[in-house]
Design a protein around this ligand. Structure first.
Ligand code: ADP
Ligand code: MG
Length: 316
């Protein structure tokens, strides 16, 4: 449905995005995750034809965005980071206005009524947008993106500034949109993305650092297993010793604790269980283990690791 190829956007010497490629299948809900300044909005603004790229191509349902801009844009409903709302219009008037602007060819009154129902703002139809809460205003932005039933919906940080209850409702809305539309939405908050989408692309400093199904992401990096340890003794000796064990991919001293001990995180391949080996190694160098906990790497940790790594890393 969407094909992004070798997209680059430069601002002077800064490459806001650097040779990005990915495709999105029909019906997929794709989460676009990255810290602030990663290049999320830039990518979305190029896909939706708001800004041009320095190089690369974007094809939406067969139409290239620069060659057939009207056709490509008609396939997309876009909710930008700052929704283009007219705060002195009523909800209905605004949606009618956008309906005209987008030259939608559906029966106007019914279509707008239906969309207001989908995003649950029918009771707000005659209220002035400027008088609505942030959550309702965001829904009006959603409604605007849905006008004309475009096959692709693109949402840039749709939950920013909302309270937890509103966030849950927007997530549900995104999920339900995914039944009929291809959806791309961005966030810098991992939990939001993993709750609402099928697939995640992680972007950092203008580059894609991971692209995987949500449930596969745990395996993308070092196999996704993790051990949390508190060990007493020389941190350099402990780190060196654990690093040498088969299957271990990373050892990080998290922080020193009182009494000469410290907390460490050990990442290792999921097909090896390194707990016994760690026990043996620590016994050999006479460093008592005060605590050992194992578990899957959380998505948060992985996100941090991915973005850390592409910054050159600060691993020990
Ligand atoms: P995100 O949406 O992930 O927070 P952006 O796509 O907005 O990131 O920005 C990516 C990078 O490009 C940032 O470093 C930002 O400062 C820079 N940038 C974005 N827009 C412009 C612009 N119009 N002029 C100069 N630099 C820009
Ligand atoms: Mg942004």
């Amino acid at each position: 449905m969407i094909e992004v190829k070798n997209l680059t956007k430069s601002y002077g010497r800064l490459k806001a995005i650097d040779n990005i490629s990915f495709s999105v299948d029909t019906g997929e809900v794709l989460g676009f995750l990255g810290p602030n300044g990663a290049g999320k909005s830039t990518t979305m603004n190029i896909i939706t034809g708001y800004i041009s790229s320095s190089s690369g191509t974007v094809t939406v349902d067969g139409a290239e965005i620069l060659e057939q801009p009207r056709k490509a844009k008609s396939k997309i409903g876009y909710l930008p980071e700052i929704p283009p709302l007219y705060t002195d219009m009523t909800v209905r008037r605004y949606l009618e206005f956008m309906f005209e602007l987008k030259r939608v060819k559906l029966p106007k009154r019914e279509h707008i009524d239906e969309i207001m129902r989908v995003v649950s703002i029918n009771e707000q139809a005659d209220r002035i947008i400027g008088h609505l809460s942030k959550g309702f205003r965001q829904r009006v932005g959603f409604a605007q993106a849905l006008l004309g039933n475009p096959p692709v919906i693109i949402l840039d940080e749709p939950t920013v500034g909302l309270d937890p209850k509103q966030i849950i409702e927007i997530r549900k809305l995104i999920r339900s949109l995914g039944k009929k539309h291809t959806v791309i939405f961005s966030s810098h908050v991992l939990s939001e993305i993993s709750a609402a989408c099928d697939r995640i692309i992680v972007i950092n400093r203008g580059k894609i650092v991971a692209d995987a199904k949500v449930d596969e992401l745990a395996g993308v990096l070092s196999g996704g297993q993790r051990l949390s340890l508190i060990v007493e003794g020389s941190p350099s000796a402990i780190t060196e010793e654990i690093k040498l064990l088969p299957g271990v991919t990373r050892v990080k001293k998290e922080r020193e604790l009182s009494g000469g001990s410290a907390r460490y995180t050990v990442s290792y391949d999921s097909d090896t269980d390194v707990r016994r080996a760690v026990f043996g190694a620590m016994a050999r160098i006479d460093c008592p283990i005060l605590e050992m906990k194992s578990g899957d790497e959380s998505l948060e940790e992985m996100f941090l690791k991915l973005t850390e790594q592409s910054e050159g890393g600060d691993e020990e």
